[in-house]
Ligand binder design. Structure first.
Ligand SMILES: [Zn+2]
Length: 95
């Protein structure tokens, strides 16, 4: 099945939860590469009002580069292919 076929099926069958990946709350793009950095680096680059936000690697890297900070130290990446999101998402009927 293609991604579009799966999305169409969910639409047709009246299910509410579309299998999807988080969206960056800064640039609104779908995050295909999740990442984790040490808290110290997160606090250094992300202002307190934005710390609970999901931010993509592009936006995070921009913030680091603007401040001339090496944002690569101890960074870990987790790719999020659509097909795996479909597997892990639980579909729940609409009310
Ligand atoms: Zn972003």
């Amino acid at each position: 099945m293609t991604q579009q076929e799966i999305l169409d099926l969910i639409e047709e069958t009246n299910y509410s939860k579309v299998p999807t990946r988080p969206k960056c709350q800064n640039c609104k793009k779908v995050m295909v590469l999740y990442f984790i950095v040490p808290n110290e680096l997160w606090y250094q680059l992300i202002k307190s009002s934005e710390r609970s936000m999901e931010i993509c690697i592009d936006c995070f890297a921009s913030k680091g580069d603007e401040k001339m900070i090496d944002w690569s130290k101890d960074i870990k990446f987790y790719p999020l292919p659509f097909v795996k999101q479909v597997e892990v998402q639980e579909v729940t009927p609409k009310e």
